[in-house]
Design a protein around this ligand. Sequence first.
Ligand SMILES: [Ca+2]
Ligand SMILES: [Ca+2]
Length: 276
Amino acid sequence: MDSRLLLKRSFSVPAAVLVACTLSGCLLSGKLDGLTSGATNDAACAGDRGPPGIRVSAKDGSAYCIDSTEVTNAHYKEFVIAKAGATSGQPPECSWNTDFTPTIDTGYPWPPPDHRLNAPVVEADWCDAAAYCRWAGKRLCGRIGGGALASSETKTSQRSEWLTACSKGGERAFPYGDEYDRNACTGDIARDTGSTNVGSRVSCEGGVGGIFDMSGNAEEWIDACASTDGANDDCAVQGGSWEDGEATLSCIGSARVFKRSYGWRSRGFRCCADIK
Ligand SMILES: [Ca+2]
Ligand SMILES: [Ca+2]
């Protein structure tokens, strides 16, 4: 599909934002405040810290909120500063986690440089991500209706908050449609350049309008771990990243697991919340 049609369909762009569409997708430039600091399609998802929430309707008639974008370096930096080294209040399976600072990797330093503040935070382990979401008044995306998703349910859209949002309730293979479009999202077309600012590729919108980068950019931790023993639990990651190709970039086909303690340069997260 012509990405300009996607724009007209459902994306409300602040007047100060310029949109450029090329073969490599659409990129926003200019002022992003309308997208990243308070824009929401539903007051029931407003008011928490972090990216604005977007309302998602599940097939069972319930509804919940999901962050419009991945959590950014700027969002996460606020959290690290606010916690000031304190790591109390974590669940028992995170008792090993004594530092919320992301691991430092080549090209992904911490603290982040100013020009990377709107890029997704990466190198956070599962417990860091869960603690951020709790601090923000939210939770890692898990099971529709609340709580963790069983690891066997990560490919069941009617059970998973993350997958329902990405696949529009199981109707789409990719957030933007059924056919893979290598240029729509920040997948392996960015293998040499890495992650981009969240929400900057407007052709990567969906499954629900107003949500960006469910496919690619940073892959995303969800609340679906195989056990609750600690650092070595296998926890699910979805959506693929700038390091991945088609199979991993689809909504349903992308469920992989990594150790709870294992941050990575292309692994981030977003949060979910109950409707207020
Ligand atoms: Ca940590
Ligand atoms: Ca993503």
